[in-house]
Every structure is written in C-alpha cells, then in structure tokens.
Design a protein around this ligand. Sequence first.
Ligand SMILES: Nc1nc2c(ncn2[C@@H]2O[C@H](COP(=O)(O)OP(=O)(O)OP(=O)(O)O)[C@@H](O)[C@H]2O)c(=O)[nH]1
Ligand SMILES: [Mg+2]
Length: 379
Amino acid sequence: MIYRTFKAPTYNEAVLKAKIEMGSNVYIIGRKAIKEGGFLGMFAKNFSEITVAKNEDDNNKVKNTASGGMASQPRNVFNQAENDKKWYESGILKELSEIKNRLKEITDVKNVETDSSHFNKLIAVLLANDFPQDYINQLRDEFENELTVKESHDPKVLEEKFREHILKSIEISGPIQLGNGRPSVVVLVGPTGVGKTTTIAKLAASFGVLQKHKVELLTIDSYRIAAIEQLGKYAELMQLPFTIINTREEFKSAVKNSKSDLIFVDTAGRSQKNNLGLAELRSILDGINSNLDIHLVLSATTKYRDALDIMTRFNQLMYNKIIITKIDETNTIGSLLSIMNREKKLSYITTGQSVPDDIELAGKEKLLDMIVFEDFYAG
Ligand SMILES: Nc1nc2c(ncn2[C@@H]2O[C@H](COP(=O)(O)OP(=O)(O)OP(=O)(O)O)[C@@H](O)[C@H]2O)c(=O)[nH]1
Ligand SMILES: [Mg+2]
C-alpha cells in the first residue's frame, strides 16, 4: 500500500487532488479539519486534510499501461482467472480483500457528508435562529470528525447531536443560595437598560416576600436620582431595608452589619458614557471577599458581537453567573446561546416587565426549546 496526505480548502478539492495525482483507485482512510495561519488564534483558514491509501499493484498496472507493457496486451481471460485462483489459494487475495473491506469501513465511519441536504437544512435552521457563522463552522468541523455518513443523512440524529453540542457549553447554577451564617451578597451588573433593577425587584419579591427570607437592598447607582427612586419604591412596597452606597467603606460596613440572609445589590448600567467606570465598581465590590455572587445581566435582544464584547468587558468584575432578560422580546436566542461557556453559569431568565411574576430559574431544556426547528423536517 502507498499512503499519502492531501490538503485543500475543502474536502472535495482534497479528494480531487488525490485522484489527479494517484488515480481514481484510492481509499480515503482518514480525514480531519485543520486551521492554518492567522494571528493570535484569529483569522485562521480552514482546510480539509485527507489521508489516502492505494494498492501498489494498481500503480504498477497504471505504469505498465502507460509504458505499453504487458498490461496493454489483450488480456487472456482464462489465464487471469487461473492466476486469481492461485492468488486466492495462496491467501494473499483474501487478505487484500479483507484490507479493502476494513478500509471501506474506516472511510464510511469518518466521512460525514456535511454537504448532505439535511446538514444544509440544519445550517438554515441555525441561521434562522441567529447562530453566528463562526459557531456554525465550528459545528461543521465537529460533525465532520464525529458523524458517520449514515448519521449525517438522518435529521433526527443531526438535531440530537446539535442539542448535545449546545448542552456541552451551557451550565446552569440553580437558585441563589443563602449564606450560612453570613448574608449572601448578590450583585447584578451589566449594560444600561437591560433590566437589572427590575430583576432585583423580582428576586427580592420572590426571596423576601414569598419565601420570607430576611432580604435587604443596596444600590451603588448613587449618581442617578431616578434610579435610586426606582429601587427605593420597590423596597418601600415590599417593606425591605434599602441603603444607598457611595464608597467601598460604606459597602463593607453595610455587609458587615447586616443581619439579613440575602443582600441584593443594584448597580448603574455601565457604558462608555457612564460616570462610574467598571474599575471603580470593582474597587467597591472588592471591599468584601466572601459570599459575593455576581450576575452579569444580558438582554436576549443583544447582537452577537455586542454580547461577546459585553461578556469580555465585564469579566474584570469577575462575574460568575449570567441572567438573560427580555426573552419575551425576541424569537431567536442563537446568538446568546452560542457564546455561553461552562465557567459562567446561567442563573435566571426573565420573560416580561411584570414584577414579581416574569422571572424563572434558567433551565437547559427550556432554552433549547426556544430554537425553532419548524422547517427542518418538512419536505
Ligand atoms: N419585555 C421585557 N422588559 C423588561 C424585562 N426586564 C426589564 N424590562 C424593562 O426594561 C426596562 C429597563 O429596566 P431596568 O430594570 O430599569 O433596567 P436597568 O438595567 O436597571 O437599567 P439602568 O439602571 O438604566 O442601567 C424597563 O422598562 C423594564 O420594565 C423583561 O424581561 N422583558
Ligand atoms: Mg437600574
């Protein structure tokens, strides 16, 4: 056997290259997607690399034919059959045929046809659900390495594999935990207008009023009177203690002197226009170092690139969880699901403006059910 590898921008081109150079009797025994070039892991180009094998005998036949040797003579069918019989009896032909079958098996297992019409339909579904192209490319690579040809033509398997792929990157935190002995300090951070204050009101109502835990509210949004009034009104309605925090020392002593089970901390939306920068907020939060539970609040309506940017920028606040708000305002959550990672656990989702009703614990299945597969099985 002769083995060689070929690389090309697409799988089909790599196969074509192999066939041009080695003839059409080649067996594809391996296949992988690779990335090359780029800078700091970005802008790398995708290539498909295949390993092919060819029987050396086939090579000789080609050579003989080309040089006008024996193989170019009219074949004596009887002698050929005799020869085959001899070869078979000597066991070599049998061994060769076993090798061929084994190669075919390997080729079948590894060669997912990601240009199958069902795979293209899956891509259409993902695009319609707002999954970004980067994510789809990554999924295609994974499917190419993991699915068999048969699986790539089965829409049920494709949907199932896709769900598995998404689930791998989502981690759910479960409900907010009460501190043991000391209060849990739950801080909501995020861009402007995503629903931080409204979500704090919903959580405070759930834990303080419905579950009757000892809850108090703090706000570090001290620059905006309207913001203070907004949370103050909720605190008054629910009869919960409410304190305005201006400095790290005030934050430290409010937490230290608290007799509550839970402290919810509202913050001002952060953008370039905001007076209180992320670093300043970090330095206030650094006043305490235990029982701090920081949730980044992201609106489901955020565009993919913006959401990526927000997640990166807010990382300096060392948030450990994510709340997705305004799920009711969008039909597609692909862009947000595509950037989830297991380090930042999803805690809650909010589904409308109504306090206290429109909030739910985040659940993987619930999120996956929002992906519309409507046209996938049609036709
Ligand atoms: N449709 C919908 N609207 C919501 C949801 N959550 C909050 N809102 C609305 O979003 C708007 C902004 O909410 P806020 O709670 O003030 O947002 P914020 O993040 O505190 O805003 P800033 O403090 O200005 O950064 C309000 O009109 C809320 O009623 C939700 O789940 N769905
Ligand atoms: Mg607010």
